[in-house]
Design a protein around this ligand. Structure first.
Ligand code: 3YP
Ligand code: ZN
Length: 377
């Protein structure tokens, strides 16, 4: 098994400003803070653990590249791409669109490198240079819509990679599995009426964006059934996520039979995250990873690309990333040093209300569009 890996020091230079979660504003009571909640140090620490643990010696480094305008425009509008490019030239930068997604001067270069890096990993997996891969990019992308950024996201890296897979690499059916604790609204919107892209998001029920990722959102037009939301109850732990993996994620991917699986890999369902209230540990992320790997083996020749999204605990995200990439690569180099703290907490066992939610989503599985005989190979 060869696993691709990608990180660029430039991702660690994404400037999230002097605010905390909101921009500093004394009149609103928002104090400045040295580390914004989405400060890139969390992801830089994940990269450094991957190096220090020795895992990097088992991985194949894939070279980052910048997305071209043509590639960005497969998802985003010209006006939006131009606005981000322009604000990136300003001495104090700008905002992706919602007033809580500040970026510094030069952010366009960083965000375009992130989108291009998601493409580069997809190309490496598509060409068979590596069997699967993890693109540790920053900033995240999964909230970004064609004409605006949102929730710390500028360009929708995963959606751009999916479009590239289809339009440049000739890959027909793409499944996007989003396990960031927040809803993957961007891909849901971009591919809503597209039956050739399955979007499956498992997230904390109504966490962010507001009223997004509801059970009832199942796609539109021809794409009806190819959008699956699993809004997990607040407080869900390893048992609930493992039950969802086995009852919904695995079977949904089996039904859809993609030629490529992209994962929007957020580690913010973790038990220590400041921006959500779930209880997932490395045990849960390992099961999720095994589930998508098995699905990729079934229909996609193992082709699986993970792209980094959120995750805000500088303490625990590095271990979550390590366990995920260890699983991808089929090696084990270091124990989860935090599991003694988070693994024994109450709440990991599947609870009836969590099972009921997952079972309800499972009733949608027969509506997932099947691969037709003509398209199979
Ligand atoms: C954006 C503002 C409050 C929650 C936050 C979510 C960012 C994120 O990790 N999205 O996946
Ligand atoms: Zn998130």
């Amino acid at each position: 098994m060869t696993t691709g890996y990608l990180w660029d020091e430039l991702f660690g230079w994404h400037d999230t400003g002097s605010g905390s979660l909101f921009p500093a504003d004394p009149d609103a009571g928002h104090q400045p803070l040295g580390h914004h909640v989405a400060h890139p140090d969390t992801k830089r620490r994940m990269h450094e653990l991957i190096c220090v643990s020795g895992l990097v010696d088992h991985l194949t480094r894939i070279t980052p590249r910048t997305a071209t305008d043509e590639e960005l425009l497969r998802v985003h509008t010209p006006a939006y791409v131009d606005r981000i490019r322009h604000e990136s030239t300003l001495p104090k930068g700008g905002d992706a669109g919602d007033g809580i997604s500040p970026f510094g001067k030069g952010a366009f270069r960083i965000a375009a490198l992130g989108a291009g890096s998601a493409i580069a990993m997809t190309e490496a997996v598509g060409a068979g240079t590596v069997d699967n891969g993890y693109a540790l990019v920053n900033p995240a992308g999964h909230h970004a819509l064609p004409d605006t950024g949102l929730g710390f996201c500028i360009f929708n890296n995963v959606a751009i990679a999916a479009r590239h897979a289809q339009q440049a690499l000739g890959i027909e059916r793409v499944a996007i599995v989003d396990w960031d604790v927040h809803h993957g609204n961007g891909a849901q919107a971009v591919f809503a009426d597209d039956p050739s892209v399955l979007t499956l998001s498992i997230h904390q029920d109504n966490c962010f964006p507001p009223n997004s990722g509801l059970l009832e959102q199942r796609g539109t037009g021809d794409g009806w059934g190819a959008d699956v939301n699993v809004p997990m109850p607040v407080g869900s732990g390893d048992g609930a996520y493992q039950y969802a993996a086995r009852t919904v994620i695995g079977p949904a991917l089996e039904a859809f039979a993609p030629d490529l699986i992209l994962v929007a890999s957020g580690f913010d369902p973790n038990a220590m995250d400041p921006l959500a209230r779930q209880l997932v540990t490395t045990r849960g992320f390992t099961t999720l990873t095994q589930t998508v790997m098995q699905a990729a083996d079934r229909s996609a020749g193992g082709r699986l690309v993970m792209v980094q999204e959120g995750g805000y605990s500088p303490v625990y995200v590095p271990f979550c990333g390590l366990a995920t990439i260890e699983t991808l690569a089929g090696v084990h180099v270091m124990e989860d040093g935090i599991l003694p703290v988070v693994g024994g907490m109450g709440g990991h066992a599947l609870e009836p209300h969590q099972q009921a939610l997952v079972d309800r989503v499972a009733t949608f599985l027969p509506d997932i569009p099947r691969r037709t005989v003509a398209a199979s190979h």
